[in-house]
Design a protein around this ligand. Structure first.
Ligand code: FAD
Ligand code: NAD
Length: 454
């Protein structure tokens, strides 16, 4: 619209927490005719996480998979208010949230509790704050490892990777030190760890061999997984295919091996026989899954009788937070019985916005209508419909586990890689992002990846 409608005091205020898969899908589909919408997130953009591993080595440039939230807001009928801040607390009785701005004047992140805080009120609250990296309390991980969850993590990995390679180019270091610097380690054999190891392998083969021919042969990639095999959620055939592709690509997989401590230049593992070893490394990426955000624990504390699971917010089949009134949760922060997947968060976002739109429109003349109760009375429960799993495993190969007429079709290889590429291109949030990603792929094909340190 040319001019947006202003906030309407006669309408209810719906606050959305987060700008990830769940909340952004709600924002995109919510009819602002019937609500005043406020978005609170420390991130003023949506991040297309499936392509994040590609940013760690420059296959794709960072901004190609970021979509500014204000681009979405400007297409709404009514103005949407955005606060770049983190929600840190909730007072459910007052229907009030505390939000904290966690950047200082130089744009640096400040510690939780040290930023400026303010309060905002809600009538309806949708919590889509995702999860945070789980270190399982392993000593040294926070200090020395890189994560792969947010764009800042991908940027850090890319810088640390180039630092290790440049340091290894000095003549006056020992061979042992050179080998340490060139040992790249991935902890966690879930899809994040596997996709990252695949991208790293491509960078090594396509680019490092050209720019650092004297070092490329010495680079080693090791993936450490505590369970007996990688990708536990995938079909057995695809696990075998991934493991054999990694073997061909000279990526060592250590299974039944658990990382127990990370120091600045080495990490300790517990081997399958129970013994411990210390292994030197240059770059260590920690990809062992997620746990609850701190604010989720604050919300749980308000409804302690019903919220008995520390892994997230228990929701019912209408995505209502158990024990709460007028609070919904979706995506990775909600315990809805489904895996923490982008597809789940997006489908929940669509479901919730569709029902809230319909109920609000049906009751437009009655501002006191109780949408919390009506959603159960007038809607079918949310049900997830899996579109299958796809993962890139390096050397232009991908794996796919796709539901097809009540059967699962599995495929792995180069054709699957092209399917992976086209599926992700079509899933990207906007034409702008798809164009940027496609042009990054073409750029890489002709000019290789950019190895400059930023
Ligand atoms: P998120 O997308 O994590 O978004 C959470 C939002 O909340 C963010 O904007 C964050 O800044 C904000 N936030 C955090 N704390 C607060 C707070 N206190 N107050 C306000 N806002 C807050 N899934 C798939 O299905 N397919 C894939 O191929 C796939 N690939 C992945 C690759 C990687 C590298 C990673 C890390 C994950 C991948 N996933 C994939 C999983 C998928 O990204 C998550 O399941 C999905 O992001 C969950 O969506 P969400 O909306 O719950 O949370
Ligand atoms: P994950 O939970 O799927 O896997 C983490 C792995 O780390 C587990 O296999 C676990 O056994 C291992 N681990 C934990 N502690 C360890 C230790 N100390 N030492 C060694 N290994 C250890 O985590 P993820 O890969 O980050 O994925 C998170 C979610 O995002 C999942 O739901 C996943 O399906 C989804 N995701 C999907 C895709 C895709 O579909 N392509 C890509 C990335 C992520």
């Amino acid at each position: 619209p040319e001019t947006q409608l202003p906030f309407d005091p006669s309408k209810k205020t719906l606050v959305l927490l987060g700008t990830g898969w769940g909340s952004t899908t709600v924002l995109k589909n919510l009819d602002t005719e019937n609500f005043n919408v406020v978005v609170v997130s420390p991130r003023n953009y949506f991040l297309f996480t499936p392509l994040l591993p590609s940013c760690t080595v420059g296959t794709i440039e960072n901004r190609s998979i970021m979509e500014p939230v204000r681009l979405l807001m400007r297409h709404k009928m009514r103005e949407v208010k955005f606060y770049e801040a983190e929600c840190t607390d909730i007072d459910a009785a007052k229907k009030q949230l505390t939000i904290e701005r966690r950047v200082d004047a130089d744009g640096n992140e400040v510690k939780l509790g040290e930023g400026e805080t303010t309060t905002i009120n809600y009538d309806y609250l949708v919590v889509g704050v995702g999860g945070t990296v789980n270190t399982f309390g392993t000593p040294g991980v926070e200090q020395h490892a890189c994560f792969l969850k947010e764009m800042g993590d991908a940027r850090r990995i890319r810088r640390r990777l180039m630092d290790s390679v440049e340091s290894a180019s000095f003549d006056d270091i020992t061979d042992a030190e050179r080998d340490r610097l060139l040992h790249m380690v991935v902890v966690g054999g879930g899809p994040t760890g596997i996709e990252y190891a695949g991208e790293l392998h491509d960078f090594l083969v396509d680019d490092l061999t050209q720019w650092y021919p004297e070092l490329a042969d010495r680079v080693r990639i090791t993936l450490v997984e505590a369970l007996p095999n990688v990708l536990p959620a995938f079909d057995k055939k695809l696990i075998d295919y991934t493991q054999s592709t990694f073997k061909e690509n000279k990526i060592t997989i250590l299974t039944r091996t658990m990382v127990k401590e990370v120091k600045d230049k080495s990490f300790t593992v517990q081997n399958p026989d129970g013994s411990r070893s210390e292994i030197p490394y240059g770059l260590l990426v920690w990809a062992t899954g997620i746990k609850s955000q701190p604010v989720v624990n604050k919300i749980r504390a308000q409804f302690a009788d019903a919220q008995t699971n520390g892994r997230g917010l228990l929701v019912d089949e209408y995505l209502r937070v158990k024990g709460a009134k007028d609070v919904w949760a979706l995506g990775d922060c909600a315990l809805s019985g489904y895996a923490p997947l982008a597809q789940v968060a997006a489908q929940q976002g669509k479901w919730l916005s569709r029902h809230l739109n319909r109920l609000a429109a049906d009751n437009a003349q009655n501002p006191e209508a109780d949408l919390h109760a009506l959603i159960e009375e007038k809607s079918r429960p949310f049900k997830y419909s899996s579109q299958g799993s796809l993962a890139y495993i390096g050397s232009e190969k991908a794996i796919a586990d796709l539901p097809f007429f009540n059967r699962n079709i599995t495929a792995g290889g180069i054709a699957t890689f092209w399917f992976w590429k086209s599926a992700y291109l079509s899933e990207l949030f906007s034409l702008r992002n798809s164009t940027l990603v496609a042009s990054d792929w073409v750029k890489r094909f002709f000019f290789g990846r950019d190895i400059s340190r930023e």
